[in-house]
Each structure stands twice: as structure tokens, then as C-alpha cells.
Design a protein around this ligand. Structure first.
Ligand code: NAD
Ligand code: MN
Length: 347
């Protein structure tokens, strides 16, 4: 590659404050990556309110020409708005970004110490309750609301394979399957069995034999995550459990403003901080830009630009470890821009 075409979709709220941080981090890498070429793209609820469209066709088409992308966050309303549906959920489906990979890593007091928390939540990204097939009917109990929860063998198998692959690349090589098949024996049962069967697939040919497998019911998984996060290495979960678990895990490392993710498919990768649009702090210049910068690093790592990714992560770790330039979510008094400047200086 001569150039790296990167789509930038800040979308809503603090997305506009943190995506520029990812951009300058990438720009600071110089010749460690192909020359970045940024494409600013529109999406989001604010856009929907202005134009009636949350995800313009042009955004999707341009993304298909890009090598990768970074997405900020959307403000999805909690009540139904006619004609609106979340652009991030749509993008994950349209680009077939079937895995949401969310590493949760605490920063150890010194570089030679082990971090307390070092795990990856691998979240299935295309189905479960996020197929959004809901209906409201009138029944003998008044209104009745139903939702379809779809689990397929294909999606469970490919997310399982992705999770085994990630586990294999880590020192501990340990995978925990998260489910609730004591209650949901058909849906979660299919997820659990399909992931468990991945190592025995002919196409895999014994590649994953070194990975140890455990499983945990989702509720007690949250409990154990808070009491003994060290037991986890890679966790693989259906969409909704993975969403909840990774926000919970973010609390263990201090802030949602630290935790990155990538949405990955076989042909495209899109970085995205785990947090949302944070309307409570949007526009104040105090959003933590680190999750977004780490999402850029994770995206580059996924594309094989390890050196560039390492430089961003190392710079972020130094700033967090020093503890002098932190945004309010981490107990500091610094502005977004000050954190960006400190990190970029160290890149
Ligand atoms: P949120 O992640 O936006 O915020 C939760 C809390 O964490 C808030 O107090 C917020 O101020 C804080 N926080 C989040 N990111 C931060 C950062 N970078 N720096 C400092 N503090 C940060 O979750 P929410 O409040 O439940 O949702 C707000 C909106 O975001 C909703 O409309 C929701 O639909 C949307 N959302 C979008 C995504 C996405 O785009 N993928 C994900 C989650 C929520
Ligand atoms: Mn979430």
C-alpha cells in the first residue's frame, strides 16, 4: 500500500471531540504507516434530525473504497423515532463487521509490572437481540412486546473462530464462553455448542488445541469479573452480553474513556471507542480522547501495522502512568486537547 484510506465518522456528541484525536495520533506516525488519506463522512442522529437520514448512501459507498475507518459514537434516542435506526448497528451489518473486539487493559504502575486487568471481550456483532425485530400487540395482559433473538450457527462459528485465533496469539491462550444456556437452552445452547466445536472443525486442523476452554453463565461472569478479573483472558459472547460485559469491564480500568474496540470482518476493520456519545459532557472539551486513540492503534494493529500501533499505545500508557494530564473521568482536571498534545508529543 502507498496510501491508507481512512474513513472518519465522528457522528454525534463527543464523537466530534475524540475522532480528531485519533486522526492526529495516526498523522504523528509518519513513515511507520503508508501515507494516511482521510475521508470525512457523515452519519448520526444529529444528521438525521437535520436531513431525515442517519446513514447516507454516500457514506457507505465511500467506506467501501476505504481501507479502514474510525467511528465516534451515535446518540440513539431511548424512545422510538419514526424513520430512525442506529447507523452503527446498520454499518456493522452492511460491511459485515461480524466481530467486535474489545481489549480491556489496565496500565500497570511501571512498564515491567503486570497489569491487573488484561482481557479481551469478543462480542458477536450482527445478531442476537440486535436484529431489532420487535413487535407490539394487544393481548389479555394489555400491551405485549416481543423481540426476536436470533443466534445462527454460521455467526457463532465465525465469532468462535475469531475468538480462538485471538486466544492463540496471547500468552495464556485461555478462552471463556459466555452464555445463559441454563435458561435459554436453544439460543444460547446453539452459541455455546457451536463455539465449543470450533477446534474440532476439519478446516481448523487442530490449530486451536493449545487453547484451554472454560465457560461461565453471563450473570456470574459479571460477578467474577469484578472479584477476580485475572481469571479471564479472552471472553466470547453473543451480542448483548458482550456489550454489557465490556462496559462493565471498563469500570475495572477506571473509565469508559479508556477502552477501545474494533469492528472487524474478513475484509474491513473499523475502530470505535466502546463509549457512547456522552451527552452529559459533550461540547465541554473534557471528553477523554484515549479510547479513540487506542481504537486507532487497534485498527492499525489489525491491519498489520504493529509498529505504528505500539507507538500510540506506548505514548498513551506513559501519559496515563504519569497521571499528570488526565481528564475528569480519571480524576484529573485536564482538557481533551491537553491530553491529545501530551500523547502526540510522546508518539
Ligand atoms: P456513554 O458511554 O455515552 O456515557 C456513559 C458515561 O460515561 C457518561 O457519564 C459519560 O460522560 C461517560 N463517558 C463516556 N465516554 C467518555 C469519555 N470518552 N470521556 C469521559 N467520560 C466518558 O453511555 P450512555 O450515557 O448510556 O449513552 C449516551 C448515548 O450514547 C445514547 O444515546 C446511546 O444510545 C449512545 N451510545 C452509542 C454507542 C455507539 O455509538 N456505539 C455506544 C453506547 C451508547
Ligand atoms: Mn455499549
Amino acid at each position: 500500500r502507498q496510501t491508507l484510506k481512512i474513513g472518519l465518522i465522528p457522528a454525534d456528541g463527543i464523537g466530534h471531540e475524540v475522532i480528531p484525536a485519533a486522526r492526529v495520533a495516526i498523522e504523528a506516525l509518519g513513515s511507520d504507516i503508508p501515507k494516511p488519506e482521510f475521508h470525512d463522512l457523515l452519519a448520526g442522529f444529529e444528521l438525521f434530525k437535520r436531513t431525515g437520514e442517519a446513514l447516507p448512501e454516500d457514506t457507505v459507498e465511500t467506506l467501501k473504497e476505504c481501507d479502514c475507518a474510525l467511528f465516534g459514537a451515535v446518540s440513539s434516542p431511548s424512545t422510538k423515532v419514526t424513520g430512525y435506526s442506529s447507523p452503527i448497528v446498520a454499518l456493522r451489518k452492511k460491511l459485515d463487521l461480524y466481530a467486535n473486539i474489545r481489549p480491556v487493559l489496565s496500565v500497570a504502575p511501571s512498564p515491567d509490572q503486570q497489569p491487573d486487568v488484561d482481557l479481551i471481550v469478543v462480542r458477536e456483532n450482527t445478531e442476537c437481540l440486535y436484529v431489532k425485530q420487535e413487535e407490539l400487540t394487544n393481548g389479555t395482559n394489555g400491551k405485549e412486546a416481543r423481540a426476536t433473538r436470533l443466534i445462527t450457527e454460521r455467526a457463532s462459528r465465525r465469532i468462535g473462530q475469531m475468538a480462538f485465533e485471538l486466544a492463540l496469539a496471547r500468552p495464556r491462550k485461555h478462552l471463556t464462553i459466555i452464555h445463559k444456556s441454563n435458561v435459554l437452552s436453544i439460543t444460547d445452547g446453539l452459541f455455546r455448542e457451536t463455539v465449543r466445536a470450533v477446534p474440532s472443525l476439519d478446516s481448523v486442523g487442530g490449530r486451536y488445541n493449545d487453547v484451554t476452554i472454560a465457560e461461565q453463565l453471563v450473570d456470574s461472569a459479571v460477578y467474577r469479573l469484578f472479584r477476580e478479573p485475572q481469571i479471564y483472558d479472552v471472553m466470547v459472547a453473543p451480542n448483548l452480553y458482550g456489550d454489557i460485559l465490556s462496559d462493565a469491564a471498563a469500570a475495572l480500568v477506571g473509565s469508559l474513556g479508556l477502552v477501545p474496540s474494533v469492528n472487524a470482518g474478513d475484509n474491513f476493520v473499523m475502530g470505535e471507542p466502546v463509549h457512547g456519545s456522552a451527552p452529559d459532557i459533550a461540547g465541554k472539551g473534557i471528553a477523554n480522547p484515549i479510547a479513540s486513540m487506542r481504537s486507532a492503534a487497534l485498527m492499525l494493529r489489525h491491519l498489520g501495522y504493529t509498529k505504528g500501533a505500539d507507538r500510540i499505545d506506548k505514548a498513551v500508557d506513559e501519559v496515563v502512568r504519569e497521571g499528570k494530564t488526565l481528564t475528569p473521568d480519571l480524576g484529573g482536571t485536564s482538557k481533551t486537547q491537553e491530553v491529545i498534545d501530551e500523547v502526540v508529543k510522546r508518539i
